[in-house]
Design a protein around this ligand. Structure first.
Ligand SMILES: C[S@@+](CC[C@H](N)C(=O)[O-])C[C@H]1O[C@@H](n2cnc3c(N)ncnc32)[C@H](O)[C@@H]1O
Length: 329
């Protein structure tokens, strides 16, 4: 790579300072064996601000990158950050379950690596007007793709008490779901809930004093609303199998999850892909029943103490990875 032609500009240098990609070196180490050949293709299914992608493009001069994000603001920033690699990148506005169409659209049929760095980006959390962060008063939007779909305010205004309770239970694993759903329904009969600050006040008032020290009362409700509004789990359930199918033999996938619902699903899908499908009782395994993948890490890997101390986003991360070892007939 010629530093002269592919060196970052000043605005991008400052982006590097404010945004550190999580488990960057480990992600590179795990995907490297699949990406070393010229013309290798990596799909970054969650481009965000392009931090991981930039490091991969710098590290592998022959790499072509297909980057997906559903957030047009993220694509704009990543596009600028990766402009010096324009000849080696294809950036697509898409949900990650559109991964197969994005790859085919780039004229490619199999890929060498796939990276998922799930959840919200620091950009989304930091942009005060998007309503993702319970610590900042903002309109209750929470859409990752602001070009379509209902907002958090729409959900809070229209869902029945029972449906609110169910999403808080299911996507927030919130013990006080029934209490919070009731409090929201009472509050909205006075005035529509339009701002995150108001929602935080309602949740806070509905939390028994004895439980106020068990984490911020709004944390799990905000997570649940975000997952519901963005259809995050359904999208992931379609995307991971599609990504596994796109990998060539020797191709690798790395997934970084930040909450247990996502990590549980990723764990199950990778374990399934790395298991034999031999029916019980068959004395020998037929080749077509052999596992398609092998797991590259045991269990889930966490960030080290140093990284956790430097970058709070790394605290909840769980990394899982696998390599394709067999073609399916
Ligand atoms: C944690 S950030 C990625 C950060 C990135 N690795 C970096 O270094 O800048 C996750 C990104 O995934 C995007 N995202 C979340 N769910 C998505 C989905 N279903 N389809 C496409 N993009 C999604 C978000 O918009 C966000 O920009």
């Amino acid at each position: 790579m010629g530093i002269g032609t592919e060196g970052p500009g000043p605005r991008i240098m400052s982006l590097r300072d404010i945004h550190t990609p999580v488990l960057l070196e480990r992600t590179i180490e795990l995907l490297a064996p699949a990406l070393d050949a010229p013309g290798a293709v990596l799909v970054d299914a969650t481009l965000g601000m392009g931090g991981h992608s930039e490091a991969f493009l710098e590290r592998f001069p022959g790499l072509h990158l297909i980057g997906l994000d559903r957030d047009t603001d993220a694509l704009g920033i990543a596009g600028e950050r990766l402009a010096r690699f324009a000849g080696r990148t294809t950036l697509v506005h898409s949900v990650y379950d559109g991964i197969a169409s994005a790859v085919v659209g780039a004229g490619i049929d199999r890929v060498d690596g796939v990276l998922f760095d799930l959840g919200v980006s620091s950009l989304q959390l930091d942009e005060a007007d998007r309503g993702f962060a319970y610590a900042k008063d903002a309109p209750l939007d929470m859409r990752m793709d602001q070009t379509e779909g209902p907002t958090a305010a729409d959900v809070l205004a229209t869902y029945s008490e029972g449906n609110l309770r169910r999403i808080f239970e299911r996507y927030g694993e919130e013990k006080l779901s029934a209490r919070y759903a009731r409090a929201i329904v009472i509050a909205r009969s006075d005035a529509p809930l339009e701002r995150s600050g108001r929602l935080v006040e309602i949740l806070d008032a509905a939390t028994p004093a004895a439980l106020k020290n068990a984490g911020h009362p709004a944390k799990r409700v905000f997570q649940a609303l975000r997952i519901e509004i963005n259809g995050e789990l359904a999208s992931l359930e379609r995307a991971i199998p599609a990504a596994l199918d796109l990998l060539r033999v020797g191709g690798r996938i790395v997934v970084l999850s930040y909450q247990s619902l996502e990590d549980r699903f990723v764990k199950r899908e990778l374990a399934r892909a790395a298991s034999s499908t031999s029916p019980a009782g068959l004395p020998v395994e037929l080749p077509e029943h052999a596992a398609r993948f092998r797991l590259l890490v045991k269990g889930a890997e966490l960030a080290g103490d140093d990284e956790r101390a430097r970058n709070p986003r790394a605290i909840p991360v769980r990394l899982r990875a696998a390599e394709r070892i067999r073609e399916v007939a």
